[in-house]
Every structure is written in structure tokens, then in C-alpha cells.
Design a protein around this ligand. Sequence first.
Ligand SMILES: [Zn+2]
Length: 281
Amino acid sequence: MAKKEQLPKKEKKTTSTRKKEVIEDTSSVQNQAEGKELSIEQKLTNLYKLQSILSEIDKIKTLRGELPYEVQDLEDEVAGLATRIDKYQADLKELETIIGQQRIKITDSGALVEKYQSQLDNVRNNREFDSLSKEIEFQGLEVELAEKKIKEFTFEVKNLTEEIEKSKHLHEERQADLKSKKEELNEIISETKIQEEQLREKAKQIETTIEPRLLTAFKRIRKSARNGLAVVSIERGACGGCFNKIPPQRQLDIKLRKKTIVCEHCGRIIIDPDLANAENA
Ligand SMILES: [Zn+2]
């Protein structure tokens, strides 16, 4: 098994179609023809450089990645609050109309009571007296009912007014949050835009130094790796990507920098930490 993963430079593979074969080095012929064969060490260095640049781009994306969602959430919240305030204000208007109607009712009833009371002075019989008394009593009940309603609706108006004030306050707060988040996002976008473009340009240049098959393999590994790392170094005797132990013999092979060696567990390309350190320095 191990032999298939450690692909010696000039080993010819004609029958095997295993996945791991993609990392097989087929560039030597091409590069020899061009008279500039790269050593495995140089290839690994280039891959590591590419990995570092792409990781930087990933970082920028992560940084920006959360802010647009935060801005979107705030925009939704602000819009929701505005709708709520509008609805409350419409309800408030309705309540005030109802209260106004009740007040008119009270005035009307009062006028009627006055009229009936003046008529009481001129009643001709008991029947008329009873009828007028009943009307006066009825209007009295109407006034009581209207007053009860006014009391209820005034209480509702008070609550609603408080709710509107609270919502307006929250709306203002969220709007301020939104404004600052938007500014933050725009700043990051404009700040990182140039940086990202420069990194992409660098990545493109390095990609031209890596033979297509190796580059394809690198991209495939990167895509399937959760952290976007296709090239990792040995970390305390383990794979820097999946943290599984690397057998001592493999560790030695990696340090020799004579073969492209992938992790048996995660498939990432493993390089000598000194090679990575030299690049990071
Ligand atoms: Zn691994």
C-alpha cells in the first residue's frame, strides 16, 4: 500500500488507475525537453507556496464571509421593525377613531337626555312619563357603555403608544448597528480587494510552474479537505492535516524530499517542516 502512495519520480505506471496515481510525476519528460527539470524539492516548495497563498485568500473570504450575513440579518430586522411600527400606528389611529365615536355618542345621548327631561315637564299622562323615563334611563346606559369603552380603548392606546416608543427606540438602535456593520463590510471589501487581487496574481504565476497533473491533484485534495489544506507539513510526527501518526520510515522519506508523499489517512501531500519553515521565513 505504502509503495503506491510514495510515487518515485520516474516510475512508470501503465496499468494502475488508482486515485492516488494522479500525483505521479509525469513532468520530467516535458521539463527535460525544455531543459529545466525541477527537483522534487523545488516542486514541493512551489506547491507549498501556492498552498500558503490560497490559504491567505481563504482567510480573507472567511473574514468577509460572516459580515454580509450579519448585515443581511440587520437589514431584515430593521425592515421588520419598520413594518411593526407602521402596523401599530395604524392600530392606534383606529383606536383613536373609535374613542372619538364614543365621545360623539356621549354628547348625542346627553342632548337627548336634556330634550327628554324638558319634555317631562309637559307630559300629559303616565304612559308618556314612563316612556320618557325609559328613554332617559336607556341613554344613561348608553353613556355608561361609551365611557367604559373609552376607558378600555384609552388603556390600549397607552400600551400601544409605549410599544411604538419601544419599537422606535429599537429601530433606531438597529439602524445604527446596520450602518456601522455596513461601513465595516465596505472597509474590509475595499481593504482586502487589492490584497486578494495581488494574491490571486501570485497564485497564477506559481501555478504555471507546477505541472498540470500535479496541480489538478493538488486542487482536488484541497477541495475535499475541510480546511482547504492540500499541502501540510509533519507536526510532532503526525500529519499536519488530519493529525494521524506518520510511521518513522515515511517521516524519513518525507525529510529526504525525493518523492511526493501523501498521507495514508487523508491524502494530503506531506512535506518536511524545514521546507515549510524556510518558505515562511
Ligand atoms: Zn493526513
